[in-house]
Design a protein around this ligand. Structure first.
Ligand code: UTP
Length: 294
């Protein structure tokens, strides 16, 4: 049984859809309620049972590393003011039971290129990739349940996998859309036959889109190395996956267990805040009262 321990979280993108908010603040540090998005993602990775995180980052994104580091001054102040609950919460962030390393992507040359930047830290091992702007919400169980099912599946049979969610018609041309060959003997939905980046509604082989969680064997790096930059000079992850499948590598499709919000998009970011706020009865009442007045 091959153990799967490492997860790559690429956080080196420019977050242009969220400008000007992301001019000086990383998109991943925007809060959903009182927690930055990246903290939910790290908690998901912990729930899913991984042991090491590799952040692919950029010089403008130090705030992310600082968030998971110890903050002596803040802790001393909270201690002096006897804010014990908050002190524990702040201490817990820097004492997570997972190692976090980072590596730089000097220039934002696409998601595929960002993953390649982590190659040296992955070594010869298999790895997972999780996109930090796709936030999962789950009412029963943990947000990490889907990624955990993918990890356990890999450890049993060393088969790569991707997580798929259902896209609304209007959103199909924003994502990587997959065609599945149903196979009832496999866990999940079956095998991915094809994946197309941002197809038109006409070209789209289904309404199932890649929801930002992937597991690959180490051979996948070869396909990223071979991938050609697209029109915007970016190396696309989807192109490498398509070539990997074409060469006979198996990729299992797993269905999302829960709801997902693309927090890189303004409206979905607001919906993510509402989703988490509605879990709190006091906030829920206030929001419902506010909505009645609109
Ligand atoms: P996105 O395209 O959603 O994020 O990439 P972005 O580029 O930051 O945002 P927009 O589109 O300009 O608004 C998905 C993930 O991949 C990372 C991003 O940080 C994001 O988490 N990424 C993307 C990199 O790390 N490097 C890149 O070159 C591109």
């Amino acid at each position: 049984m091959k153990k799967l321990k490492k997860v790559i979280i690429p956080v080196a993108g420019l977050g242009t859809r969220f400008l000007p908010a992301t001019k000086a603040i990383p998109k991943e540090m925007l809060p959903v309620l009182n927690k930055p998005i990246i903290q939910y993602i790290v908690e998901e990775v912990l729930d899913a049972g991984f042991k090491e995180i590799i952040l692919v980052t950029h010089s403008s994104k130090n705030a992310i590393e600082n968030h998971f580091d110890k903050s002596f001054e803040l802790e001393a102040t909270l201690e002096k003011r006897v804010k014990r609950g908050m002190l524990k919460e702040i201490r817990d962030i820097s004492k997570l039971n997972i190692s976090i390393q980072s590596i730089r992507q000097g220039e934002a040359k696409g998601l595929g290129h960002a993953i390649l930047c982590a190659k040296r830290l992955i070594g010869k091992e298999p790895f997972a990739v999780i996109l930090p702007d796709m936030l999962i919400s789950k009412d029963n169980g943990n947000a990490g349940d889907s990624l955990k099912a993918m990890r356990l599946n890999f450890e049993r049979g060393e088969i790569s996998s991707i997580l798929l969610a259902k896209a609304k018609k209007a959103d199909i041309s924003k994502y990587g859309i997959a065609k599945i060959k149903k196979n009832l003997k496999l866990p999940g939905l079956g095998l991915v036959e094809k994946i197309i980046e941002k197809p038109s509604i006409k070209e789209a082989p289904s309404n199932l889109y890649a929801a930002g969680r992937y597991i690959f064997n180490n051979n996948f790096f070869k396909y990223l190395l071979k991938a050609k930059p697209d029109k915007s000079n970016e190396i696309q992850l989807t192109d490498a996956i398509q070539n990997y499948i074409r060469d006979g590598e198996k990729v299992n499709a797993f269905p999302l267990d829960g709801d997902i919000f693309d927090c890189g998009d303004n409206t979905e970011y607001i919906l993510a805040n509402l989703e988490f706020a509605m879990k709190d009865p006091v906030m829920k009442t206030k929001i419902n009262n506010y909505l009645k007045t609109r």
